[in-house]
Design a protein around this ligand. Sequence first.
Ligand code: PHE
Ligand code: CO
Length: 264
Amino acid sequence: MDGDFTIVQDWDGYTAEQHGVWRTLFHRQAETLVGRAAPEFLAGLSALSVTADGIPDFRRLNDVLARATNWRIVAVPGLVPDAIFFEHLANRRFPSTCFIRTPAQLDYIQEPDVFHDIFGHVPMLVNPVFADYIQAYGAGGLKALGLGSLHHLARLYWYTVEFGLVRTREGLRIYGSGIVSSHAESLYALDSARPHRLAFDLMRIMRTAYRIDDVQETYFVIDGYDQLFDATRPDFTPYYATLKTQSDIAPGALLRGDVAIARG
Ligand code: PHE
Ligand code: CO
């Protein structure tokens, strides 16, 4: 392992069963996500659709990605230290795990595996605007670390990059990687009456705790990626100062001032 925590994918080392798990997950999600995932996600997926056959070889994926947005996937053994993670993003390198869940974990796995990291995240990195957003987030992460505000900024990543919904003319769509890589949550996030779906609100999001062990109790809906980029362009330093004086919001709480977005 290098100082930047990167390893070699060892694509030749995957077994037929491991490729089979990818194939099962890929085909199920590709079908489920028609009419559910954001058009930008589906466009990215088809740009990368060479990967339906099995766990993709990062070297092949990187050829496509380099041409599209000059991003690159680097293999890592699992979660890496925050500073390392942000340093990669700020340099347009996306750290991806290599291992794949077992057949028994098809429906739920708590930690990111290669299906989540590649199928979930890489399609949006093909989108030029989103590609720039993730890079800016990486630089913002390094700054937040220095200001002791990472717990606040991390919630923004969680409620946008991982669990974001976007409003389109055809209705709500999923762009969050944590949702698109989960069969159950792809259905739940759009169809269930249980979770709150609230209009994007940067400060509200950074105050909101999240759960990592179950489907989300609250999703935040953007009107489009421009809204996300415009809201996150300013220097967050004064925002962090304000947040230090404010209490956290529980994952399922509703506040006066929250704007609910209809499902339909
Ligand atoms: N503009 C933010 C800052 O100054 C950084 C950031 C960019 C955060 C994009 C999130 C997304 O800290
Ligand atoms: Co993720």
